[in-house]
Design a protein around this ligand. Structure first.
Ligand code: FAD
Length: 475
């Protein structure tokens, strides 16, 4: 009989799902080692590049992630993209006992309307996710052209929390962001911003919004700003669905909030936030470029079709009425959800845009389980849910891994080709050990960012360029 050996699990993606899966594997086993592979030098995924800078408490989960990476049973391999030429998924699958795919959802949903991609050199609709990534310092988003000086109004399509994050950042006094970890460049751009009005437009009504009360309440607290929405519509919907609403305390609170804070049309304050309902975008309309106009002038108007709702309140469908309205603005952000993309060598459900799985165990095209392959987080269940949901979900996936190890489905002791030595040989031969960013190296960058932040009175000054990150790390 062979001696029991340690089991080795690879985690692809160093975001919330990856770290929570690793945390669970550590907590529930004594002999499982975890290697976390992250394509960026920096860990934490959307906790670093998505969560708003003025919500530092949400990022407290990184303390737990740091404890995970500090364990002698965990290794962090930043700057390593799985599925690339350097490290194909097949190599991970043949070296590790189990592989957890937790690489998130990197793309956003499109509106699918004319003018979306810009015209005559004009920018067009900007994904909210990219705008967020820009102010949060994601290296690949730093090239985004954010012009907040040529116009005073931004339209955001979508009624979720990310849309609210964008609206809040655009309307908050930059002085209130100056102590956060927002990038220096974004802060400077916001200081020079002429944007005073943000309109957030959704295709359905007030009872179908996707954002949460806490985030909406923050909007009502921005000083010197009118909070505008169609009070009559809110009242009518609330009375129409009163019985149903009685059973939903949080939605009721939100409707009360809307009724209480809405000032009605007519701008009195310098700034305004308008929540618009029952409109679907149909086209970004650009005026013909005039001789004096710059080729990169912002879009002029976004055209919406006015909708009415059909069906039950919790499954209401927006149906176009044939009436149209134009909202003039300088910048349009779209924030209507995300999609995951396939990873070379891994099964992918093209329709649902997730990795097909049964409770975290990945299945192939014919629905058969793929031994040793697991999924967690947004790529497993679709890009919805907060960090707490992602944690629960990652725990369930880790539990499946642990169960499969204890049942002997994976991690056979006689399979010495999957020992830690074999793993290290594979990592060495693929050049990963040479090019990766280790946890100790990330900590060096982390300290650099924190120190740079202290100098300017901020919680952190993020390094936003990969080459610079690597030179600090390797100095
Ligand atoms: P991610 O966090 O995206 O992590 C995936 C990681 O995988 C990334 O680091 C990525 O770089 C890496 N990766 C991708 N491909 C590869 C590859 N091929 N090889 C190696 N690594 C790869 N939740 C809250 O609770 N509060 C909030 O305030 C909040 N704000 C949010 C704001 C925004 C803009 C967004 C988009 C989401 C927000 N969320 C918030 C939701 C929260 O971020 C998610 O629930 C959570 O991050 C999902 O975790 P994940 O690990 O599945 O994905």
């Amino acid at each position: 009989a062979c001696l029991p050996r340690d089991k080795n699990v690879a985690v692809v993606g160093g975001g919330a799902a990856g770290f929570y899966a690793a945390a669970r594997l550590l907590a529930k086993t004594k002999n499982v080692n975890v290697d976390v592979f992250e394509q960026l030098p920096t860990p934490y995924g959307l906790v670093r590049f998505g969560v708003a800078p003025d919500h530092p408490e949400v990022k407290n989960c990184t303390t737990k992630f740091d404890q995970v990476s500090g364990s002698p049973r965990v290794r962090y391999f930043g700057n390593v993209q799985v599925g690339s030429q350097q490290l194909g998924l097949d190599r991970l699958c043949s070296a590790y006992d189990g592989v957890v795919l937790s690489y998130g959802a990197s793309e956003d949903r499109r509106l699918g309307i004319p003018g979306e991609d810009g015209e005559n050199g004009r920018v067009g609709v900007i994904p909210a996710r990219r705008f967020v990534a820009w102010y949060n310092g994601l290296p690949e988003a730093q090239g985004l052209r954010v012009d907040l000086e040529s116009y005073d109004k931004v339209v955001i399509v979508g009624h979720g929390n990310v849309a609210l994050d964008c609206a809040r950042i655009l309307l908050t006094d930059p002085a209130d962001l100056a102590t956060t970890d927002i990038t220096a460049n974004a802060l400077e751009t916001l200081r020079n911003s002429k944007v005073r009005h943000v309109e957030m437009v959704g295709r359905r009504g007030p009872l179908q919004v996707a954002f949460t009360t806490k985030e909406l309440r923050e909007m009502t607290k921005i000083p010197d700003m009118d909070f505008i929405c169609d009070r009559e519509l809110v009242a009518a919907e609330c009375s129409k669905w009163a019985e149903w609403l009685d059973a939903s305390r949080s939605l009721k609170r939100m409707m009360d909030l809307l009724m209480k804070h809405t000032v009605g049309e007519g701008r009195r304050q310098k700034k305004s936030f308008t929540l618009s309902f029952l409109k679907s975008p149909v086209e970004v309309v650009y005026d013909q470029p005039g001789a004096e106009e710059s080729a990169e002038a912002p879009p002029q108007r976004i055209r919406f079709e006015v909708n009415r709702l059909e069906g039950a309140v919790d499954a209401a469908r927006a149906v176009g009425t044939g009436a149209f309205v134009d909202i003039p603005c300088g910048m349009v952000l779209r924030s209507i959800g995300y999609v995951s993309t396939p990873l070379a060598g891994a099964p992918f459900n093209k329709r649902r845009k997730i990795i097909p799985n049964i409770a975290g165990r990945v299945t192939d095209d014919s629905g058969e389980l793929v031994s040793g392959l697991y999924a967690a987080g947004w790529v497993k269940r679709g890009p919805v849910g907060v960090i707490a949901t992602t944690m629960q979900d990652a725990y369930r996936t880790a539990d499946a891994v642990i169960m499969d190890i204890s049942n002997g489905h994976i991690g056979n002791d006689s399979d010495t080709g999957r020992s830690r030595d074999a793993v290290d040989q594979m990592l060495d031969s693929s050049g990963v050990l040479e090019t990766c960013v280790t946890n100790a190296q990330w900590k060096r960058l982390d300290a650099h960012e924190t120190e740079a932040g202290i100098k300017t009175g901020k919680s952190r000054e993020k390094v936003t360029d990969i080459d610079r990150m690597l030179s600090i790390i390797r100095s």
